[in-house]
Design a protein around this ligand. Sequence first.
Ligand SMILES: Nc1ncnc2c1ncn2[C@@H]1O[C@H](COP(=O)(O)OP(=O)(O)OP(=O)(O)O)[C@@H](O)[C@H]1O
Length: 290
Amino acid sequence: MNAITVTGLHKSMGEFKLEGIDMNIKKGYITGLIGENGAGKSTVINHMLTLKKQDAGQINILDKDLEAERTALLNEIGLVFAEDRLPQNITPDRLGKLLRTFYDRWDKETFFSYLKTFNVRADRKIKYLSTGEKVKLSIAIALSHKAKLLILDEPTSNLDPTFRLELLEILQELMVDEEVTILFSTHITSDLDKIADYIIMIDDGKVIFEMEKETLFETYRKVKGSLDMLDAEIESLIIGTTRSSLGFEGMSKEYEVFKELFGNKVVIEPITIDEIMYYIKKEKRGFDNV
Ligand SMILES: Nc1ncnc2c1ncn2[C@@H]1O[C@H](COP(=O)(O)OP(=O)(O)OP(=O)(O)O)[C@@H](O)[C@H]1O
């Protein structure tokens, strides 16, 4: 069952286009949205939240039509934006009191307890907080109104490593309650290695893959061998072939074929999310020897 279903989302924005985006964000799981700078991650998220109007396509969130039931739905969604959208001239203390008028299930105690745990000063105007403290404040808000869905746009990029790990732990603890769904976009793929159940990669406004993380790692492997193994047929099985004086390397779904043909002369290794992104980009650009 999906918490968010995106079907055939199209949008032209000057030179950039979202082209036929389909996404299935599974209820009760953590989905990581990855892609390089400018791939369209924030744009897709903004469409999910009706902050941008699509040219075509449908978005369904928690079985409701977001446009028709916007206010009711925003109660159910905990949001952290990539950029700072907090009111600047009030203190977290004041904000904590005001937000009960915005969220039906606002839990002031939980909010102030998160501020304490996160070490964010409640009595300082938001504009004087550091970038990381503002992110922590946004996270505290997102976690304090019993949201069923958390949409976090690059929540970890401005956080110090200790707090990043702490946040990942908090998110994982939330998942014990199977009702919560998390979608988060990130460049820090080690975060996904730790907590994501599903991974969606977008590139240049298109979905490249949407897969369960474990399946992704079973599907792709890194292959390395000597240049004399390469002919057109073998190369067609490799994504993002790189040649050097030491031999070739790349990524393959057909790594079993390499094993059968070349035995232990070929090296087959597990692959990381960063490497998957790198080889896919490399194949697309069709360049070599980077
Ligand atoms: N209002 C706009 N008009 C035209 N182009 C835009 C507009 N807003 C964003 N873009 C372009 O759309 C593309 C996708 O931007 P988006 O912010 O969605 O990428 P992203 O994947 O979130 O990137 P990053 O990881 O850098 O945050 C970029 O090329 C950006 O310049």
